[in-house]
Design a protein around this ligand. Structure first.
Ligand code: PNS
Length: 158
C-alpha cells in the first residue's frame, strides 16, 4: 500500500496508538498520523503539543509523519492521496462506532478503512484513562511513551 492515515485526537498519544502506527508502517510505504483539530473541545494538550509528542515518540518509525486536519477525514484523504485509513480495534465496544464511521467514510470518499486488532497488552488503554490516572499521580510509565509521561507530569505539576 502506498500511503495510509491513522487519524485521531491523540490527547495524548498512548503506547496502543504507537503500536497501531508501527503495524500500519509494516504494511505500507508511508503513514500519516492525522491529529484532529477539534474547535469545540479544548483538551489537555494543545494541538501543537500533541503533534510534537507524537513526533518525538515515533522517531524509531521512519515512515511516520504527523499532520493536523480540520473538517472531514475523507477530504484529507483525497487531498493527500491516501489509500486507506488504519485504525485499532481494542474490544467489541469499539466496533459499533468504528464500523459506522468506516461505512460513512466509504460512502463519502470512497476510502477504505482497515482495522488492526489491538495488541492485548494495550487493549484497556485510552487517552482519557491515561489522563485520569496521571491527574491523580498514578504511574502511567508503561502506558505511554517517555516524552508523554514527562509531559503529563509537567502538566499536572502546574
Ligand atoms: O481519537 P478519536 O477521537 O476517536 O478519533 C475520531 C476521529 C478523529 C477519527 C473522527 O472523529 C474523525 O474522523 N473526525 C473528522 C470529521 C469526520 O470526518 N467525521 C465523519 C466521520 S464518519
Amino acid at each position: 500500500m502506498q500511503k495510509v492515515v491513522c487519524p485521531g485526537s491523540f490527547d495524548p498519544v498512548t503506547n496502543g496508538h504507537i503500536d497501531v502506527f508501527k503495524r500500519a508502517s509494516d504494511i505500507s510505504n508511508e503513514v500519516v498520523v492525522a491529529v484532529l483539530v477539534n474547535h469545540s473541545k479544548a483538551g489537555l494538550f494543545t494541538i501543537e503539543e500533541r503533534v510534537e509528542l507524537i513526533r518525538e515518540s515515533c522517531k524509531h518509525l521512519p515512515k511516520v509523519t504527523v499532520e493536523t486536519f480540520d473538517g472531514l477525514l475523507v477530504d484529507f484523504c483525497r487531498d493527500r492521496g491516501v489509500t486507506a485509513i488504519v485504525k485499532g480495534l481494542r474490544a467489541v465496544s469499539d466496533f459499533d462506532y468504528e464500523l459506522q464511521m468506516s461505512q460513512m467514510n466509504y460512502q463519502l470518499g470512497p476510502v477504505e478503512t482497515l482495522f488492526v486488532a489491538t495488541n492485548p497488552l494495550y487493549s484497556f488503554l485510552s487517552s482519557s484513562l491515561v489522563r485520569e490516572v496521571a491527574r491523580h499521580g498514578g504511574d502511567i510509565s508503561t502506558s505511554v511513551p517517555k516524552p508523554v509521561a514527562q509531559a503529563l507530569k509537567a502538566k499536572y505539576q502546574k
